[in-house]
Design a protein around this ligand. Structure first.
Ligand SMILES: *Cc1c(COP(=O)(O)O)cnc(C)c1O
Length: 309
């Protein structure tokens, strides 16, 4: 089995808030790699699917929250490349009335339409998901499977993410990426030139990331900016939503609220604060995640907050 290697386009970003600064900002549209296996998830699954097929596995099993981009991407990838998929989803309350859950949750509805089977588990069971007891229980229930970790990060995922940057991208001084588990930025770091700087914007709080990234990389031309997580994973503010909408209106580039919106907010803020020296060429990676907008809008509507356009 072979998943095609693809290259995404790069476009220059013209945004009013930074137009007076002598910085050129570009964005690499990994979100356009595949209509459903979006952005970095395509990269992360590529070699894992090849390995699953080499091991003659027929089923992929993975973990995620109810709005996870990784769950949606794994369902779509399994559907397209001929694997059964099982999604172990955090939140046993969602399993009490599955038709209702699927009706109300756009991500799980999408995954279900792509034939994913779900196993809803309590939050405390979910925390033990890497333990042998938990995994052997899953094997008893579902039979043999190829396990893709939460968020999809492992060595093969990092290898796939080393294909995000190509020869032409050597001309950028700074490469920026959003971070969840750190697999994507690790692949990016491994494929940069020593003269390039990589900046990561974690979408969640916590200090574990430095250690996680160091497991996969040798270079030290990278740094994390932790001030742009907006209070934690999938937390948003009115300011962030307003920013995402203004960015979309001016540039026609959609950003997701969990990852790329926070990264771009951070990049624009750093540019405004003259963090980069004059003349710097920045390449931001659009890692995708746009499937999450519908679910977030339902949440924003309930909270009577403005929605993402
Ligand atoms: C999953 C995801 C990330 C995080 O990738 P990691 O490899 O876990 O750091 C970033 N951006 C988007 C849009 C994602 O869906």
């Amino acid at each position: 089995m072979f998943i095609e290697n693809k290259n995404s386009r790069v476009q220059q970003v013209f945004f009013s808030e930074i137009e007076k600064k002598n910085i050129s900002l570009f964005i690499k549209r990994e979100d356009e790699l595949h209509p459903f296996i979006s952005g970095n998830k395509y990269r992360k699954l590529k070699y894992n699917l090849a390995e699953a097929s080499r091991q003659k596995k027929q089923t992929l099993l993975t973990f995620g929250g109810a709005y996870s981009n990784h769950i949606a991407a794994t369902a779509a990838a399994g559907f397209e490349f001929g694997f059964k998929t099982i999604g172990v989803i955090r939140g046993d309350e969602l399993g009490k009335n599955i038709p209702k859950t699927i009706e109300e949750n756009p991500t799980l509805r999408f995954a279900s339409q792509h034939k994913m089977n779900f196993e809803f588990v309590t939050r405390s069971d979910y925390r033990t998901k890497t333990s042998e007891t938990f995994i052997s229980k899953l094997k008893e229930k579902f039979g043999d499977f190829y396990l893709v970790p939460e968020g999809g990060t492992n060595k093969l995922a990092v290898k796939g993410c080393e294909e995000i940057l190509v020869e032409e991208d050597k001309k950028y001084d700074v490469i920026c990426s959003a971070i969840g588990t750190g697999g994507t930025i690790s692949g990016i770091i491994n494929s940069t030139q020593p003269t390039q700087q990589v900046i990561g914007f974690p979408a969640l709080k916590g200090d574990f990331l430095n250690t996680d990234i160091k497991k996969y990389v040798k270079n030290n031309n990278w740094q994390l900016h932790t001030a742009y997580s907006f209070g934690g994973y999938a937390k948003v503010s009115k300011e962030l939503i307003t920013f995402i909408n203004k960015f979309k209106t001016e540039t026609n580039i959609p950003l997701d609220p969990v990852y790329t919106g926070k990264m771009m907010f951070g990049i624009v803020d750093l540019i405004k604060k003259d963090f980069f020296k004059s003349g710097t060429k920045i390449l931001a990676i659009h890692t995708g995640g746009l499937q999450g907008i519908d679910g977030m809008n339902l949440h924003l509507k309930k909270k009577k907050l403005p929605q993402i356009i």
